[in-house]
Design a binder for this molecule. Structure first.
Ligand code: C5P
Length: 279
């Protein structure tokens, strides 16, 4: 069974108080884009095996997709061998949720493949055990995420927004990002901005663009700030880093406008651009 596992963009991400379990309360606006990995799940052989193509990803049980399969089998009593094939197109450790998306895709695929009939809430609960972003990939709409990211409600966003994603040659680890955020800010914010449940037009969304995890990222990589300015110079209506970074995006009314800006933009050595559309 083949599933397309899309990347996500955070249009808003505020880090609130640190919790006793080490996670932070957050509030975030999340949206899928049409940049996807391909995930194939097949039965057969012994145990859970991973075959990966593209950028290197963690192997075996260090990989979230394999851990998703293991958790699913344990919960449902499935004992068959499985092969998971991932064709990677989403940059890894980049703030685009690629690993979480792969894990969500595996849970959904196994639910169909073995006709287990778990409902969306059960799959999302399993996803939350694997990682804070996994439930979003089992939720069918753009979402406002709260809690540590697993409490989701649907948000209305303008359709087919264009994104110009800039991928730097370095990567950022999520735990480092949150730890550095705490160190630099004290990490004591109690309340986030007031968010809406619908942003009908791009102009409504622009004031909500904010990412607290830019604070740690910019402290180490000021070039992210320079690329945000460059995106705005090239006509982006807004520019922001996604998730814990380092991928930084410009927001455009359409994919076509994002493509035109991509042609004009001069990238620093080692950076790449990807044009995508909200889905
Ligand atoms: O849930 P996930 O495994 O993706 O989180 C990775 C790390 O990011 C956590 O171990 C934690 O350090 C940090 N994190 C956090 N608060 C969140 C989400 C992640 O502190 N809401």
């Amino acid at each position: 069974m083949r599933i397309f596992a899309p990347a996500k963009i955070n249009l808003h991400l505020e880090v609130l108080e640190k919790r006793p379990d080490g996670y932070h309360e957050i509030q975030s606006l999340m949206q899928r884009v049409d940049l996807s990995d391909e995930v194939d799940v097949r039965t057969g052989g012994e145990g859970i095996r991973l075959v990966a193509e593209g950028e290197a990803i963690p192997g075996g049980m260090d990989n979230l997709a394999c851990r998703a399969a293991q958790l699913f089998c344990r919960r449902t009593g499935v004992t068959e061998g499985l092969e998971i094939r991932i064709r990677k197109r989403i940059p890894v450790a980049a703030g685009l949720g690629g690993g979480s998306s792969n894990a969500g895709a595996v849970l959904a695929a196994l639910n169909d493949l073995f006709r287990v009939g778990l409902d969306q809430d059960s799959l999302m609960e399993m996803g939350a055990q694997l990682g804070s972003d996994v439930p979003f990939f089992l939720f069918p709409k753009p979402a406002l995420a709260r809690g540590r990211g697993e409490k989701l409600s649907a948000v209305g966003l303008p359709e087919r927004l264009g994104f110009l994603l800039l991928v730097p040659p370095f990567r950022i680890s999520t735990p480092w990002s949150y730890e550095t955020f705490d160190r630099l800010t004290g990490g004591k914010k109690k309340e986030g901005a007031q968010l809406r449940d619908s942003y009908p037009a791009l102009a409504d969304l622009l004031p909500a663009l904010k990412n607290d995890l830019e604070i740690p990222a910019l402290s180490r990589y000021p070039e992210i700030g320079r690329m945000k300015e460059e995106l705005l110079r090239q006509g982006a209506k807004g520019a922001l880093m996604s998730g814990s970074g380092p991928v930084t995006f410009g927001l455009f009314p359409s994919k076509k406008e994002a493509e035109e800006a991509a042609r004009r933009l001069k990238l620093p050595e080692g950076w790449q651009s990807i044009v995508a559309q909200g889905i």
